[in-house]
Each structure stands twice: as C-alpha cells, then as structure tokens.
Design a protein around this ligand. Structure first.
Ligand SMILES: Cc1cc2nc3c(=O)[nH]c(=O)nc-3n(C[C@H](O)[C@H](O)[C@H](O)COP(=O)(O)OP(=O)(O)OC[C@H]3O[C@@H](n4cnc5c(N)ncnc54)[C@H](O)[C@@H]3O)c2cc1C
Length: 391
C-alpha cells in the first residue's frame, strides 16, 4: 500500500536532513529517505563554514556532537608549496568534522523534529501523479508526496528520474581525492597549534584547483581537487601532492596515504543554468549543483538551498499554489547564494591566475581579501578589504 506524506525528501545529507527538519517543524508529515545505512561515509574534507551555525542557530546546542574542532583562518601555499601566507582570526572561522558524524547528527535532529526516516534502500522509480509524486524504493516500498525534494547528492537519481538532468557536462564538476588519516591528537595540536588554520595549496603543480591539509582533532585530512582534461586522473597528482607535503614538512614523515576516496564535486554547476524544478519536484544541495565554483564548498550552500525550498513549499501548500511557488526557486536562489557560489574569474588562464595568486604572498592585505573570499564567499571589493583589515 502507498503511504502518503506532505513532503518526501530523498537523501539525508546536509541538504536533505535540513529540509526534513524544517518541513517537520512547520507541521508537515515528512519522510526522509536514504539509500545508505547511517552513520555512512561521504567523500568530503568536512570543513563546515561558521555561516552554517550562524544561519541555523538551532544547531548551536548540538555543535559538540556535530563537529570535532574549530579552525582559525587559512594558510595559503603556492603551487610548489614553497611560499606560505597566513591569515588568522581570533574567533573560529568554521569547524572540522567527519561527515559520518556530522550527517548522522543532522539526521537525528530531523528525526527528533518529527520526520520519518527510511534508510538502506534507495530511490528506484518516480512518477508524477495527480499533482503529486509517487516513489518506489529498491525494496519495493512505495510512498506518495504532495512535493518531493531531491537532496540525493552529486549523482542524483531524482534529477535523472524526474527528467531534470541526465548527467553533468565536463565543465560542471571537479574531480577530487580525499582521505581522513587517523593521527595522534596531541601531535596534531603540537604541529599545527590549537588555533589551527586550513592549509590550502592554490594551483598545486599547475592544477586548476587546489590541494588541502585540514588538521582535525585526531585525523589529518589530505586531499586534492580540480578541473582535469579528458582522460586525466586525479590519482597521480594526489600522490605527488602528498609526497611534496612531506618533503616540505607540512605532513608528518610517518604518515602514508591509505585508501583515498575519489569523487566528483559539481563546483559552480548551478551557474551553468540547468533546470532545478519540475512541477512539485525541486533539486537542492549537490543534486542541484549548489557548490561554490571557487572553492568546491557545498555543505553550507546545501543547507541554505534546503531552507529556501521549504520556505517556498510552505507558502505554496498553505496557499494552494505549490507549483507556482516552487517555480520561483529557479531564480530566487541567486538572491541568497549567487555571489557565494560564483566562479572566480581567470581560473582557466594559468599565467594570469598564478600572477594574481602571487600577490597573496607579497601583501598581507591581499592575503586577507583572498582568505575572506575563500572562507566566506565574499566578493573582491573594498568592503571585503575593510573586513580583512578589522577581523
Ligand atoms: C573530496 C570532496 C571534498 C569536499 N570538501 C568539502 C568541505 O570541506 N566543505 C564543504 O562545505 N563541502 C565540501 N565538499 C562538498 C560537499 O561534500 C557537498 O557539497 C555536500 O555533501 C552536499 O550535501 P548534500 O546533502 O547535497 O549531498 P550529500 O551529502 O552527497 O548527501 C546525499 C545523500 O543522498 C543519498 N542518496 C544518493 N542517492 C540516493 C538514492 N538513489 N536514494 C536515496 N538516497 C540517495 C546518499 O546516500 C547521501 O546520504 C567536498 C566534496 C568532495 C567531493
């Protein structure tokens, strides 16, 4: 028998769990579905912008369960890891976690808010019926929603089955390697300090992207991501990055790559303008390509787009104009996140970009502006310059 809900959410990552929590709190009978059993792995460096906690203050009491350490600012490294420029902040710039932990915590919060949670069986089929959406899971269970939120990540089945998108084009994603390597908490604190920054190697070895070391509480997260040409692999540049980091004493000599995960990140994809809404179906988070074109950051944007979708659904269901309200999502996201998710200009012109990056290592002010652009998605303007001076 088909079970009826007001709101069905596919995917219990940051986008889906945020959407399910908000919809349940607003009084809607809400179903949250994930193909994985929780806690589950997600390939991610798991830097969570402090804007996420400022925008969703209800998360603050749960912070200790969701994240493991704060970070303060950023250290930029150049493409050979030869030069460093540090920008630090007194208060936390954001938090580091393991995604298994962060996402499990957000899912629990959604369930506490009243959402039903089904795990371990993915979306298999979707059909538009009587103004709503009927879904079938791989285990055969069927549900019907008045509306459906596709929050099932970069390889979204909702996007495919609803006819919104068949796949990403080559210029709509970056390829990444990432691993969280267990390491002594005392040694991490000694080596990177208690007020540790993110370490970011812009354009490592000429890659259109960057490498990273994120010193977490008891893990060192190492990764590399960028736009690659046809047939190019991220595996080899990643191994080289790891090796050069050790040569430059940025990583401990006794650390070795274990089992890096490889995945794509739809960085800046939403800027390319594909459809995000069809009737009662909307795509949020990675499913919609809501990832910064400059940094590949997508957790905070996933949560923000979930909030926008639920606001429109709430207004639409109350007024009886769901599809008209939801259609506004296609343009309204720009007002909230358009600047944040932009692609920084010049990425594809190597010489020009490397010259510009060189300024970060020559001027503290330029370093501050670049840091704020990276960490908070701020534009390269005088206002950002002023904030870089005062923060
Ligand atoms: C290597 C790498 C590093 C990154 N580092 C960062 C970072 O440090 N900070 C940051 O902010 N962002 C980072 N990102 C981006 C970030 O991981 C994503 O933007 C974020 O996870 C998006 O959240 P989401 O909820 O939209 O999707 P996801 O977190 O991918 O969640 C989607 C959920 O949907 C479920 N699902 C998938 N298919 C189905 C199906 N058919 N049926 C049911 N459920 C399904 C999955 O199991 C999953 O739980 C990184 C990405 C990569 C690849």
């Amino acid at each position: 028998m088909v079970k009826n809900y007001d709101v069905v959410v596919i995917g219990a990552g940051p986008a889906g769990s945020t959407a399910a929590k908000l919809a349940a709190e607003a009084g809607y009978h809400t179903l949250l579905v994930d193909k994985a059993r929780f806690p589950r792995h997600k390939t991610c460096a798991s830097w969570i912008n402090r804007l996420a906690f400022e925008r969703f203050p209800d998360l603050e009491p749960h912070r200790a369960e969701l994240v493991d350490s704060a970070f303060h600012g950023i250290t930029f490294l150049d493409e050979r890891l030869a030069r460093q420029a540090r920008w630090s902040e007194r208060r936390p710039s954001g938090y580091l976690s393991l995604r298994s932990r962060f996402d499990n915590g957000l899912k629990d919060i959604a369930v506490s808010a009243g959402a039903d949670f089904r795990e371990g069986s993915g979306l298999a089929a979707l059909s538009f019926e009587n103004g709503g959406v009927t879904i079938r899971l791989e285990n055969g269970d069927e549900f019907r929603g008045r509306t459906l939120i596709g929050a099932d990540g970069a390889h979204s089945r909702v996007a495919y089955l609803s006819g919104l998108r068949r796949g990403w084009k080559a210029n709509e994603y970056v390829l990444c390697a990432n691993e969280d390597l267990p390491y002594s908490a005392e040694e991490i604190a000694r080596r990177y300090s208690d007020r540790r920054p993110l370490l970011v190697a812009l354009r490592f070895d000429g890659l259109v992207g960057y490498g990273w070391i994120f010193p977490k509480r008891d893990h060192l997260c190492v990764g590399l991501g960028g736009r690659l040409g046809p047939g190019e692999r991220i595996q080899d540049p990643y191994r080289k990055f790891f090796h050069v980091c050790q040569e430059r004493h940025l990583l401990p000599a006794d650390l070795a790559p274990q089992k890096p995960y490889y995945d794509l990140d739809p960085a800046g994809a939403v800027n390319k303008g594909g459809p995000l809404v069809r009737g009662p179906v909307v795509l949020v988070g990675d499913a919609g390509g809501f990832v910064s074109g400059s940094t590949g950051e997508g957790i905070y944007p996933a949560m923000e787009t979930a909030l926008l979708a639920v606001e429109l659904i709430d207004r639409g269901l109350r007024r009886g104009h769901l599809e008209e309200e939801l259609a506004r999502f296609q343009t309204l996201w720009r007002a909230r996140l358009g600047g944040y998710l932009r692609d920084l200009p010049g990425g594809e012109h190597r010489e020009q970009t490397v010259d510009r990056i060189g300024l970060i290592f020559r001027s503290r002010l330029v370093c501050g502006v670049a840091a704020r652009a990276f960490l908070y998605g701020e534009p390269l303007t005088l206002a950002t310059l002023a904030r870089a001076v005062w923060s």
